[in-house]
Design a protein around this ligand. Structure first.
Ligand code: SF4
Length: 247
């Protein structure tokens, strides 16, 4: 899948690619058997103190990782990509979760206005070139937000299937390291986090949305016959927005 042009690619971690690869190898040796809060804790307080952030879509399962992170450090910067195509419910859910979990450092990133005017003046680019739309509305804002960080936590899980089926808990992304503390969690593990911590549900979950992104590219799915992400870019040759191809 191609979502970036050569001149779009920027790198931003303080390590070289080789140093990042070596660091990831050492981290995997030491922490590769851990997950959840046991993995988040040393990453945030020891390995990458002040140099780590997390991304959250504030979608249906997002509260699980947010809750664990809030228990480790409620001041950890949380990057939220406001593509300007999100459901209003997602914005309200974000406010509710931030309040309930006591998160203090939400960084709302938006697309560059000039790029929008030049490439998506009608706001319909998603229908013609979804990859470019995702680049302008998600990838480029995230690249900006990640400047100055050497590592980021993501909420991806193997049970979501597709490219995520082989997800390691620690991986490299060019000059940065990505930590996936929930990689090995299954649906019931996520449910348990919600129940044990009395986390609120995304309001659209009850209406049949299992994975929630932008409004034009998210459909309801039948949970008995579909995989979790089947409603994302349904009917298109596209399964990811591209933020996990950032280097
Ligand atoms: S998910 Fe759809 S609307 Fe959102 S940025 Fe990607 S293509 Fe555009």
């Amino acid at each position: 899948m191609r979502v970036m042009r050569e001149d779009d690619i920027v790198t931003g971690g303080s390590m070289t690619v080789d140093e990042t690869t070596e660091r990831a190898r050492k981290l995997l040796d030491r922490y590769g058997h851990l997950q959840g809060i046991s993995l988040i804790e040393p990453m945030v307080h020891e390995e990458f103190a002040g140099k780590i952030t997390m991304t959250s879509s504030f979608g249906t399962e997002a509260a699980a990782l947010l809750a664990l992170v809030a228990e480790v450090d409620p001041n950890l910067p949380v990057i939220f990509l406001d593509t300007r195509k999100l459901f209003g419910e997602t914005h309200r859910y974000r406010e509710q979760l931030v309040d309930q979990l006591g998160l203090t450092n939400i960084r709302i990133m938006r697309p560059d206005e000039e790029k929008l005017k030049a490439e998506d003046p009608e706001g319909m680019l998603f229908a013609k070139d979804g990859n470019r739309c995702c680049f302008i509305r998600k990838v480029e804002p995230l690249q900006r937000a990640l400047q100055g960080y050497d590592a980021w936590l993501t909420g991806r899980k193997r049970f979501h299937g597709g490219e995520r089926g082989a997800l390691p808990v620690i991986e490299t992304a060019g000059t940065r390291i990505k930590i996936n503390p929930l990689a090995g969690y299954n649906r019931q593990d996520i449910e348990d986090i919600f129940e044990n911590r009395a986390l609120p549900r995304h309001p659209l979950e009850a209406e049949g949305y299992m994975s929630i992104g932008c409004m034009p590219c998210t459909d309801r799915v039948d949970p008995t016959v579909s995989d979790v992400r089947a409603g994302r870019w349904a009917g298109q040759d596209k399964t990811e927005c591209g933020i996990h191809y950032i280097i």
